[in-house]
Design a binder for this molecule. Structure first.
Ligand code: NAD
Ligand code: MG
Length: 336
């Protein structure tokens, strides 16, 4: 593993066009400005982010105007909107020798964006949502980032990407070199198998097993969903060792003797299948086609997911959790 820290990184005052002012866009723009970059915000007319950028002291301009003359163009709009915006507004206006920067490799890796020759194409992916990227920076700290180069036209692409990562505070924590393929494939796998897909299905399967056996749904909710946070917090803070420190011997014995029966060979085989679909591009093709055709299947699956009894049981119980108000305003994390 190659990791970069602040002392081995070049400084820059380059003109950066930040396209999009959402979770990542806002954090990158503010941190880069504070680091001495010349930041211009490119937004579509009438979008909700325009006011947000103005409140922060920027004067957003149309995307085409932001791109013209920029040394770095950071594409920080949703991944599904990037191909069209790139084709129509970004690509025709890129300066020769500009660097295109992404925070997730999906479109470049799967070819839904075709980058012109003569352009550096890099990835700087903070391993945290934008709000934390900004908050850490303000406190003099930073969030670890991944960095990668897909196209090195100037032979300076990596050092330019590192300068960008430095500007958003990443080198204060450490910046790990990766590739577009590794970042994209592991990101998709994580959200499908473990973070979003795997974790929610595990919760639902546990909840249904208890309620089918006649236990009260409220009690099942606490055991299978609510208390997951406690365990995840311990894992996040100190790995398996910290969790073992804080749970009872009974919990540990149950974990060690029963856990492998739940996540068994069949689950691992399914994980390998899911990974193979990601690597072959099958998942990307399916999602791009779903998006292009109006997302009917996606909307149906989402509605079914939200129709689960755990949702109404949970809503009623959470209404009694007075401490939830604050944490709801700003999610602690969000797989991209
Ligand atoms: P977001 O949804 O928070 O922000 C989207 C921005 O794009 C907004 O300013 C919105 O107004 C604008 N936008 C939306 N549709 C548009 C369109 N059709 N044309 C022009 N502008 C449009 O996005 P985000 O979550 O910050 O994601 C940006 C990139 O960062 C993505 O590549 C994502 O994968 C990556 N990423 C996100 C996170 C995260 O925690 N959210 C973490 C790492 C990487
Ligand atoms: Mg699910």
């Amino acid at each position: 593993m190659t990791m970069h820290h602040q002392n081995d990184v070049p400084q820059s005052t380059a003109r950066v066009a930040v396209i999009g002012y959402g979770s990542q866009g806002r954090a990158h723009a503010l941190n880069l400005r504070d680091s001495g970059f010349d930041v211009v915000i490119g937004l579509r007319a009438g979008g909700a982010s325009t006011e947000s950028a103005r409140r922060d002291g920027f004067e957003p301009v149309p995307i085409v105007d932001a791109v013209r003359g920029a040394e770095v163009v950071a594409v920080l709009i949703p991944d599904t909107t990037q191909p069209k915006v790139f084709r129509d507004q970004i690509a025709p206006n890129l300066d020769e020798g500009a660097m295109l920067m992404f925070a997730h490799g999906f479109n470049v890796h799967f070819g839904t964006i075709e980058v012109p020759n003569g352009i550096d194409v890099t990835l700087v992916a903070p391993k945290a949502p934008g709000a934390l990227v900004r908050r850490q920076f303000e406190q003099g700290r930073g969030v670890p980032c991944l960095v990668a180069v897909a196209n090195d036209a100037t032979r300076r692409a990596m050092s330019r990407a590192l300068a960008y990562a430095h500007g958003i505070g990443g080198t204060r924590a450490g910046v790990i070199e990766t590739t577009f393929a590794e970042e994209t494939e592991t990101d998709l796998f994580g959200e499908q198998a473990v973070l979003c897909g795997g974790a929610t299905e595990l919760v639902l399967a546990g909840f249904e097993t208890l309620t089918d056996a006649g236990y009260q749904p409220e009690v099942a909710y606490f055991e299978c969903l609510h208390e997951l946070k406690l365990i995840v917090d311990l894992l996040y803070e100190g790995g398996l060792a910290r969790m073992h420190e804080f749970v009872s011997d009974t919990a540990k014995f149950g974990d060690l003797s029963r856990g492998p029966r739940i996540i068994d060979g069949r689950v691992r085989e399914a994980m390998r299948d899911v990974l193979a679909e990601i690597r072959s591009g099958q998942f990307a093709r399916e999602w791009v086609e779903e998006d292009r055709s109006g997302r009917a299947g996606y909307a149906k699956m989402l509605a079914e997911d939200l129709d689960h009894p755990i949702e109404s049981v949970g809503a009623a119980l959470r209404a009694k959790m007075s401490w939830l108000g604050e944490s709801r305003a700003e999610p602690a994390g969000a797989p991209s």
